[in-house]
Design a binder for this molecule. Structure first.
Ligand SMILES: Nc1ncnc2c1ncn2[C@@H]1O[C@H](COP(=O)(O)OP(=O)(O)OP(=O)(O)O)[C@@H](O)[C@H]1O
Ligand SMILES: [Mg+2]
Length: 343
């Protein structure tokens, strides 16, 4: 049982002349909490859709706990619970029935399916809505329901595609608590998000995807370490000129002086600061105050993904969930087999 949750090698997807995935290789270890970050149109949903068999790959391989997503589809699919970005639910049936149907589709017997449906509805906090149809749930309850549906098969790999797009603070907190608990109990989690705070808080490791290619895979801390931090020092009296500081230290990027305030930009700011203090002391410059501002994951992200041409799909505004961009996409979410999709 030492198979990684995901083993992806050279995965490609072309939609006509649009290259959505341009040779993605990734390994997600079993038990990890893995983040997939990227601007609108980066290929995140396409990547996930290939894993669950909604989209056919154009090339490369993708394995879920060792099972190829196409040649070993049922095994791979049964290991995954997906809460998709778009709503794709049988709108006219009571939500408990939708869950029972989903469980049945995955081979869970009827008596067990009812028990599980009740348990997951309890878990996401909408048990009292069990007899309501999907259409009549509020937006936040719909998100909760998608999570319940993802959990009904007790999946080893839970995939959440933008789970907190457009949800209120309370739901986001509940969701974070719930997925953290599931991860602690051993469920591997793959999360796509535009909220950097979410990735920073939850993920052990993140991959940054841009224009269908992986730009980086690292822990949030490692990524932050790639950016330069700012050390802001308030001096008792302004020196006549910019002091010569940290001359031989290649972590240093720049030193700027503005009256009493000295701003030093350097990698590993936390380690550079004590050295800086000693040098200022030796130079006879008295320090009144010192502050270290670490680069945020968001700054690193914007830095890594801004080199693109100005095509419609390369918006780097992380805090803006998918919006206008969707209007120039064709519908890209084929319905799940278990969803009747009454329109
Ligand atoms: N069914 C489809 N037909 C044609 N092009 C598609 C289809 N689905 C996706 N695309 C294109 O593939 C690219 C990747 O889209 P995808 O939905 O995977 O991005 P994403 O990273 O999930 O973006 P978002 O953050 O907006 O959800 C985009 O250029 C998109 O327009
Ligand atoms: Mg998407």
């Amino acid at each position: 049982m030492n198979q990684p949750a995901l083993e992806i090698d050279g995965l490609r997807k072309e939609y006509g002349d649009v290259t959505a995935l341009d040779g993605v290789s990734l390994t997600v270890p079993e038990g990890s909490f893995f983040g997939l970050l990227g601007p609108n149109g980066a290929g995140k949903t396409t990547f996930i859709s290939i894993l669950v068999g909604l989209v056919r790959r154009s090339g490369g391989t993708a394995r879920v706990f060792g099972h190829d997503v196409e040649t070993d589809y049922q095994e791979a699919r049964n290991a995954i619970g997906l809460a998709p970005q778009e709503f794709n639910v049988d709108r006219f049936f009571p939500i408990r029935e939708v869950l029972e149907h989903k469980a049945g589709y995955h081979g869970i017997p009827a008596h067990e399916a009812r028990k599980r449906a009740d348990a997951v509805l309890e878990k996401v906090g909408i048990y009292d809505k069990r007899d309501t149809r999907f259409d009549w749930l509020s937006g936040g309850m719909k998100r909760r329901f998608l999570l319940a549906r993802a959990l009904i098969t007790d999946p080893d790999l839970l995939i959440l595609d933008e789970p907190s797009a457009g949800v209120d603070v309370q739901l986001r907190r509940d969701l974070w608590d719930l997925v953290t608990e599931l991860n602690e109990q051993g469920t591997t989690i793959l999360l796509t998000t535009h909220y950097i705070e979410e990735a920073e808080r939850l993920c052990d490791e993140v991959a940054i995807l841009d224009s269908g290619s992986v730009r980086a895979v690292a822990t949030p801390d490692e990524l932050k370490g790639r950016g330069a931090d700012r050390i802001i020092v308030e001096l008792r009296s302004p020196p006549a000129s910019v002091p010569e500081l940290l001359a031989d230290d290649d972590r240093l990027e720049s030193v700027e002086l503005d009256g009493h305030q000295l701003e030093v930009t350097a990698h590993e700011g936390g380690l550079v600061a004590p050295e800086l203090v000693r040098e200022l002391d030796r130079a006879g410059l008295e320090i009144v105050d010192l502050e270290i501002a670490r680069t945020s994951l968001e700054e690193i992200f914007v830095e890594m993904t801004r080199t693109d041409e100005s095509d419609a799909g390369s918006d780097t505004q992380m805090t803006e969930a998918a919006n206008e961009d969707d209007t120039n996409k064709r519908p890209n979410q084929p319905q799940l087999a278990s969803d009747g999709g009454a329109q």
